[in-house]
Design a binder for this molecule. Sequence first.
Ligand code: FES
Length: 139
Amino acid sequence: MVTALFSLRERGGLRAQGGSVTLRNFKDSETIVVTKVTFVHPDGTRETHAGIEGETVMDCALDLGGVGIRAQCGGACICVTCHCYVESPWSERIDPPRSDELEMLEYAWEREPNSRLACQVVLDPACAGIVIRLPLRQA
Ligand code: FES
């Protein structure tokens, strides 16, 4: 999907800015902003997909069959099975974790300063082109 979207962008069919593409549905006057999200697996392989602004990184991962994020609680911030690392510079750009996320991250396996719960990272303009590294295992 990303390949097709970015191919369209290059042909001028879409408005693109940074790692995001804006799609406009003229029939419903609805605008959807699609953001490029790259998941980096523990072995270094990368998967780049399209995430929709307003959804979480977890939603994007689950739409793709999980890509290593199990998300057992479905985004309720109570399981830590969506632990991931938000790479720089996005880790500095996005909203910091709330207290409940920080509490749950105490249980994350191999927590790092850029550790986040994918269910708490909402894709917004600051996430354009975001790179998410996946841990070797979840909690
Ligand atoms: S899905 Fe359970 S904490 Fe994120």
